[in-house]
Design a protein around this ligand. Sequence first.
Ligand code: SAM
Length: 246
Amino acid sequence: VGHLYLVPTPIGNLEDITLRAKRILSEADYVAAEDTRTSGILLEKIGVHNHMLSFHKYNSKERAPELIKLLKAGKNIAEISDAGMPVISDPGYILVQECIKNDIPVVPLPGPSAFATALIASGFDAQPFTYYGFLPRKSSEQKEFFEQMKPAHATSIFYEAPHRLKKTLKTLGEVMGDSRKIVCARELTKIHEEFIRGTVKEVNEYFAEHDPRGEFVVLVSPNEEQEEVLSWQELIKEVDALVAQN
Ligand code: SAM
């Protein structure tokens, strides 16, 4: 059988394609791409010429069996998305699942992804973190997610479209309060890369002056409030201390 290679592509800066990614994209029998036009331009720029198949979220269910057939016939397929890692807020998951079911080896390549790139420069602790992908568009539905992020001792990460960012941050402030620290990472690896760091209030003030443009990753700081409840270990220590006193 063939192999399914999951190949990350740059999220902006073309130099971020790895040597291995380039080789796999050249050597595979097919490149399955979300948008064959967009990816065609990328492959051209990095000097890769190969056969392309379209595989996107609207045809992935029907397309997966066809790709499985090719893989079973011994063909190697390199799967890419428009940018970054396939599967991460992009199609690919269904195909990976089908490969596993059919005993077809899945080979993931490391490489760029917007959430991890934003996380390491956010200044927030990266352990633990929760990645939410795109939140629902409706404020009422977003609120449920923000309620989850509010008490979390993890950094929360999500993607948002520029034209929805201001409204989403307003909803975030309504749930988490204006003093929670956030970071908006904009246009990572590109010319206009920028980190807007501050409290929800400060970041909102910034966007009132500068309309959000480009691509964004939003990071919410871990909840830093002290736990009021004692852990079991602490409780046992307190009791031991009391017993020792008597
Ligand atoms: N597969 C991609 C990854 O690994 O990050 C994510 C694809 S998702 C369809 C596209 C979203 O990722 C954008 O709307 C934006 O929120 C985020 N994104 C992608 N590239 C970015 C960049 N260069 N800077 C900031 N955010 C980016």
